[in-house]
Design a protein around this ligand. Sequence first.
Ligand SMILES: CC(C)(COP(=O)(O)OP(=O)(O)OC[C@H]1O[C@@H](n2cnc3c(N)ncnc32)[C@H](O)[C@@H]1OP(=O)(O)O)[C@@H](O)C(=O)NCCC(=O)NCCS
Length: 163
Amino acid sequence: MTVDVVIRRARPEDAAAIASLIAVFADEALMLRRTPEMVELAIDDYVVAVKASGDIVACGALKEYSPSVAEVAAIAVSREVHGCGVGKAIVAAVEALARKRDIYDVFALTLQPAFFAAIGYQRVDRARYPEKIRRDCLSCARRFACNEICFAKNLRAEALAAA
Ligand SMILES: CC(C)(COP(=O)(O)OP(=O)(O)OC[C@H]1O[C@@H](n2cnc3c(N)ncnc32)[C@H](O)[C@@H]1OP(=O)(O)O)[C@@H](O)C(=O)NCCC(=O)NCCS
């Protein structure tokens, strides 16, 4: 199945729609909730997939932890377009943003391991990312019962392999 979407950087006026899309999956404990205000504050880090109607059907964000490491975060695809390659395209857009910022080590903490494995990520120990653990995990209510799996990709190695 294919779907016609344009992938672009997010704009401040997209913040409410992005927060609503994320809320669908946050309600199911599949991802962390973000308020429109939280999204707007970090809007330069977001990318979105937009249908011809103008509806935002997917989003993703690059969350920087150090000058060289960032998380592929807030990946959400509306159920109406699941399985059409939109998630893969959104992650590719977040990776492009990382490369633009000279960040080549990207990771994700996820409950969707098969998705990240399918798009070229390797399972790694989250201890590889102490910045993430310090900033987010230590203060998280689920820190002793976290079932998220860490996946990572080296974007420089990927570019070299493709050359
Ligand atoms: C996970 C999610 C982003 C996938 O988006 P999607 O647009 O349906 O995925 P795509 O169509 O781009 O799939 C890309 C690849 O991943 C695979 N894939 C996607 N979801 C999968 C799943 N749940 N289980 C196994 N494989 C999956 C596809 O088969 C495809 O593989 P292929 O390229 O070999 O054919 C989407 O289901 C979603 O938004 N889920 C709810 C929110 C969430 O859990 N976000 C992740 C937070 S880290």
